[in-house]
Design a protein around this ligand. Structure first.
Ligand code: PLP
Length: 355
C-alpha cells in the first residue's frame, strides 16, 4: 500500500506485552501498546497520529457525554501460520462506519485515513496479535464528538480513534436466548442499522431482565408488532429449518453484519440452500415445536459463530435438537475460521494482509 498520509508516530518507551498472559485473555480487558488518532475540526480531518494507548482528557461539557454522539466498529486481525497479520474485510467496516456517521450527522472518515492508520497500527503492534486457537486481535475503531457544548446541535469537532485488544472467545458455550416480546431495540426510521453507542445502552435493561431469567442473550423482534425476528444483542441470526438456512432480510432496524454477509456468501459457495427473508416469531416457534428447526446460531465479529441451545418464548424454553451445533453451523464455522486464519485459500478476496 502506498502511504500518502503523514502519520506522526510516538512509540511507547516500553511495551506492556510481556505482562500479558495470552493463555488467559478475557475479552475486552487488555489493550495493546498504541492507538491511532485523528481529529476533525473546521471541516477537515487533521493531525493523524499514533501514540501510546492512554486516557483522554475530556471536557465535562463534551457533547458525547450528554447526547451520545458516538459510533463504533468491531473487526479482528489474525495471525497466519507464516507469521503474517491478516485483516478480514476491513473496507466493509470503513463503509459501515460512514453509514453510521451519516445517520448521526458525523463526518465521513476517508478510506485512506482508516486504512493507513490501521495498517501502521498493525505494523507497530503486530506482536499483540495472538496465535492460539480461537484468539485474535480485536480492533475497535470509533468516532465521537469532541466538542465542548451543552445544547443540542450538530457537532463540529470529532475524534476518531482505533484501539486494539487481544481476545479469546466472546461466548464459550452455546447460548440460551429469549425472544423479546415487550421491549424494543430499534424502530423503523430509527438508528438500528447504525453502530451507534446509544443502541447498546438502550438494550442493557431488557438484557439484564433476560439474564435474571437465566438467558444469556435476547432475540430482538420488530419494535412495532413484535411479529418479526430481527437480530440478537451482538449477533445476526441464522436458523436451519427443513434443511434450509434462513436469516432475516435486512431492514433499517438492525445491524447489517459483515459476518452475516460472509456467512450468506459462504453458504452459497458451499452449495447450501439459503433464504434471506422475513421470519415471523410464529414460524420460529412452530418450527421449534415440530422440531423442523434443527440448528440456530448467531454470527458476529466478536461472537464468531455461536450456537443457540435453547430459545425461550413466553415462558417456555425450547431445546434445539442440535443444541451444541450441527452440520451447517460446524461447516460454516470451520470454513470461515479457516479462511480468516489462512488455513484454507480465500476464494472471496476477503483477506487483507498487512505487509
Ligand atoms: C447488534 C449487532 N448485530 C450484529 C453484529 C454482527 O456484526 P459483524 O458481523 O459486522 O460483527 C454486531 C457485532 O458487532 C452487533 O453489535
Amino acid at each position: 500500500m502506498v502511504e500518502t498520509l503523514n502519520i506522526e508516530i510516538n512509540k511507547v518507551a516500553e511495551s506492556r506485552l510481556s505482562q500479558v498472559d495470552f493463555n488467559n485473555i478475557q475479552f475486552g480487558k487488555i489493550y495493546s501498546d498504541h492507538m491511532f488518532r485523528a481529529d476533525y475540526d473546521q471541516g477537515e480531518w487533521k493531525r493523524p497520529k499514533i501514540e501510546p494507548y492512554g486516557y483522554l482528557p475530556i471536557s465535562p461539557a463534551n457533547q458525547t457525554l450528554h447526547y451520545g454522539v458516538s459510533i463504533f466498529e468491531g473487526m479482528k486481525a489474525y495471525k497466519h501460520q507464516d507469521g503474517s497479520v491478516a485483516l478480514f474485510r476491513p473496507l466493509e467496516n470503513q463503509k459501515r462506519l460512514n453509514r453510521s456517521a451519516e445517520r448521526l450527522c458525523m463526518p465521513d472518515l476517508p478510506e485512506d485515513i482508516f486504512m493507513e492508520g490501521l495498517t501502521r497500527l498493525m505494523q507497530l503492534d503486530k506482536n499483540w496479535v495472538p496465535n492460539l486457537p480461537d484468539t485474535a486481535l480485536y480492533i475497535r475503531p470509533f468516532m465521537f464528538s469532541s466538542e465542548e457544548y451543552v445544547g443540542i446541535k450538530i457537532s463540529e469537532q470529532f475524534t476518531f480513534l482505533i484501539i486494539t485488544s487481544p481476545v479469546g472467545a466472546y461466548y464459550t458455550n452455546p447460548l440460551k436466548v429469549k425472544i423479546e416480546m415487550e421491549f424494543a431495540r430499534a424502530v423503523k426510521g430509527g438508528t438500528g442499522y447504525a453502530k451507534a453507542a446509544g443502541n447498546y445502552a438502550g438494550a442493557l435493561y431488557p438484557s439484564k431482565l433476560a439474564q435474571q431469567q437465566g438467558y444469556q442473550q435476547l432475540i430482538w423482534t420488530d419494535g412495532q408488532e413484535h411479529k418479526y425476528i430481527e437480530e440478537a444483542g451482538t449477533m445476526n441470526l441464522f436458523f436451519v429449518i427443513n434443511d434450509t438456512l434462513v436469516t432475516p432480510e435486512l431492514t433499517d432496524t438492525f445491524l447489517p453484519g459483515i459476518t452475516r454477509d460472509s456467512i450468506i456468501k459462504l453458504s452459497k459457495h458451499l452449495g447450501f440452500k439459503i433464504e434471506e427473508r422475513k421470519i415471523t416469531v410464529e414460524e420460529v416457534v412452530d418450527a421449534l415445536k415440530s422440531k423442523t428447526m434443527t440448528e440456530a446460531f448467531g454470527v458476529g465479529t466478536a461472537a464468531t459463530l455461536t450456537s443457540i441451545s435453547h430459545i425461550g418464548y413466553k415462558g417456555t424454553d425450547y431445546e434445539m435438537p442440535n443444541s451444541a451445533g450441527g452440520y451447517f453451523s460446524s461447516q460454516l464455522q470451520n470454513n470461515l475460521e479457516d479462511i480468516k486464519t489462512g488455513k484454507i485459500v480465500d476464494p472471496f478476496g476477503w483477506i487483507h494482509k498487512i505487509t
